[in-house]
Design a protein around this ligand. Sequence first.
Ligand code: ADP
Ligand code: MG
Length: 364
Amino acid sequence: MKLKSASFFCILLAALLAVSALVPFGLSESAYTKFSRRALDIFDTEITLMGYARTQEEFDRVFDDTMAMLRRFDQVFDAYNAYEDLSNLYYVNRHAAEAPVEIPEELFSLISWCKEQWNNGLRSTNIAMGAVLSIWHEYREAGMAHPEAAQLPPVEALQAASAHTDFDQVILDAEKQTVFFADPQITLDIGAVAKGWAADAVLPYLREHMPSFLISLGGNVYAGEAPLDGRANWAIGVEDPRPDENGGGLMYRDIVDLHSLTVVTSGDYHRFYVVDGQRYHHIIDPETLFPSTKMLSVTIICESSTLADFLSTTLFVLSAEEGLKLIESMEGVEALWMLPDGTEQASSGMGQYLRSLKNAGGKV
Ligand code: ADP
Ligand code: MG
C-alpha cells in the first residue's frame, strides 16, 4: 500500500514536471480554441469577431454581448431611421436647429472628439459636411440602382450645400450633453469615424472577456493580444485597390503583422458608382466637393481606432506630401499610401509591421 502510493506520487510528480516543462513552449494554450463568427446586419457592413476561447459557449457569449453593444451604437449613429425614445443622429439632424437636443453619451463623445480635431486644424475630415455628403449619397445610390441612368450631382447644388458645412456652427454643451445647430441647414455625417469609434468602445469588454481577439467592422480592424497558437502576431491583409489591373485577382497587396493595435483602410474601391466610364467613390474632398482622386487607398496603424478611421479619411483627401508630414509629426501612428500611379508610400515606422518592407530591409 505504502509502495503503491509512493509510485503514484512519483507518476504524479513526473506528470506535473512534464506539464510545467511544456508550459514555456505555450502548450498550456491548447486549452484554447480559435472561433470565428460574422454578423451582417449591423453598420451596413460585415462584422467578424475571431478569438481564442475555451469553449464554443464561452465564445458565443462574448460574440453576442459584443454584437449587442454594436447594435446599440448602430441605432444611436443611424442617420436614416428613427427609434422610439432615442435622440439618435437622424433625430439630431432633423431637430438640432430648433433647440439644443440632449443626446446619448456615445454620440456626444464622438461629435466632440471630431470637433477637437477641427479646432486643432485637421479639417479634411469634416463630419459637419452632411449637406454635401447627402447629395453625393443620393446620386450614388440612384446610380448604383440604375447604372444606365447614373448622373453626377449638379455643381451648383454642391456649392450651395457647402455654404452650410462650418463645424463652428455646431454648438456642444458638455454639461447638458446637448448639440445645437446655429446654421439651420447644417447636418452631420459621421460615416468617416463611426466604425472606428465603435471598435474602440467594445475594446474594454473584449480585453476582459477574450483578450486574444481580432474584430473587423467592414475592414476596420482591431487586433487584441497575440493569438494563442504560438504566433507572436495577427496577420492582417492590406487589400489591393486594383486587383484586376495587377494580373489576376490577388486580394491583398501586403500583410501587416501586429497585435494590440488597429488597422484601418479607406479606399476608393468599395463604395462607388460609374458615370461615363469614370468611378465616383464616397470620400469627398471639402475643397473640390468631388471624390478625391489623390489616392487609391490609405491604411493607418495606431492604438486608437477612432483616430485611425479619422486619419484614413483625412489622408485620403490630403496630398502624399501633406499626409506624410502629418503622420511623421504624430507619435505612434504609421501609414501606407497606395497612389494612382501604382506606387506606394510608407511612413518611417511602417517597416516594423509590413511584411514586404521587412523582407526588403525597410524599403518598398
Ligand atoms: P469606409 O466607410 O468605407 O470605411 P471612410 O472611413 O473613409 O470609409 O468613411 C467614408 C464615409 O465618410 C463616407 O461614406 C461619408 O459618409 C463620409 N465622408 C466622406 N468624405 C468625408 C469628408 N471629407 N469628411 C467627413 N466625412 C466624409
Ligand atoms: Mg475613416
